[in-house]
Design a protein around this ligand. Structure first.
Ligand code: AMP
Length: 218
């Protein structure tokens, strides 16, 4: 099998993981796997799973490890992920990181590399506060840094954009706390394995993308 690229993007809410994952996936021709998008899709479809997780997501908490691990396991087995995947928003806890390592080993896949996108806290608030999302296809914009072509309307499907419930100020504070408590320890987890590189996430989207690809190729 050709060499695989299994990359995870780490960083606090608002660091740009989804945006960069989308661009890297397009550049490398491998899928972006976002557990947040998968969960939002389940909600839009009105599935039992979507109903179960809605309140937790809107409050800024984390859904259960078992549930997201099962979603990722199923997704990684699809043929389009044979040559690797860009994971964004997963893993978010140490048990999820351990499960991912075990899963890739079981599937005979290459271990993950991680990129941690670093952005100061004040910038994060500005980014999350200005984020607008498409309720139909999940596309994400920013009123200032990445505006849609027509104001408040999705470029892809023309649907009116909304502020995600978890991008409201109360939920943002909770997501930041959740990140510090449950997800920031992943940096140490991947550092111990020598598998993480840090990248400055401040600046134009394209400059950050170049920094990420140069870091990975170095
Ligand atoms: P995101 O789009 O990555 O910010 O995810 C939105 C919300 O989905 C999070 O605030 C969590 O409630 C839930 N979620 C997404 N990914 C995970 C994960 N790996 N573990 C637990 N909850 C998750």
């Amino acid at each position: 099998m050709a060499k695989q690229r299994n990359l995870i993007l780490l960083g606090p809410p608002g660091a740009g993981k989804g945006t960069q994952a989308q661009r890297l996936a397009a550049r490398w021709g491998i899928p972006q796997i976002s557990t947040g998008d998968m969960l939002r899709e389940a909600r839009r479809a009105g599935t039992e799973l979507g109903k179960q997780v809605a309140a937790v997501m809107d409050s800024g908490g984390l859904v259960s490890d078992d549930l997201v691990i099962a979603l990722v396991e199923e997704r990684l087995q699809r043929t389009d992920a044979r040559e690797g995947a860009i994971l964004d928003g997963f893993p978010r806890t140490i048990p999820q990181a351990e499960a991912l390592d075990a899963l890739l080993a079981k599937m005979g896949r290459d271990p993950v590399r991680a990129v941690a996108i670093e952005v100061p806290r004040d910038d994060l608030l500005e980014r999350l506060g200005g984020r607008r999302s498409c309720p139909k296809d999940g596309a994400s914009y920013h009123i200032q840094f990445n505006p849609p072509r027509s104001e408040d309307v999705c470029d892809v499907c023309g649907t009116a954009l909304v502020t995600r419930p978890d991008d409201r100020m109360e939920a943002i504070a909770k997501r930041q706390d959740t990140y510090e408590r449950d997800t920031a320890p992943l940096l140490g987890y991947y550092e111990k394995k020598g598998a993480v590189r840090k990248v400055d996430g401040v600046g134009e989207l394209e400059s950050v993308l170049d920094r990420i690809t140069r870091t990975l190729e170095a």
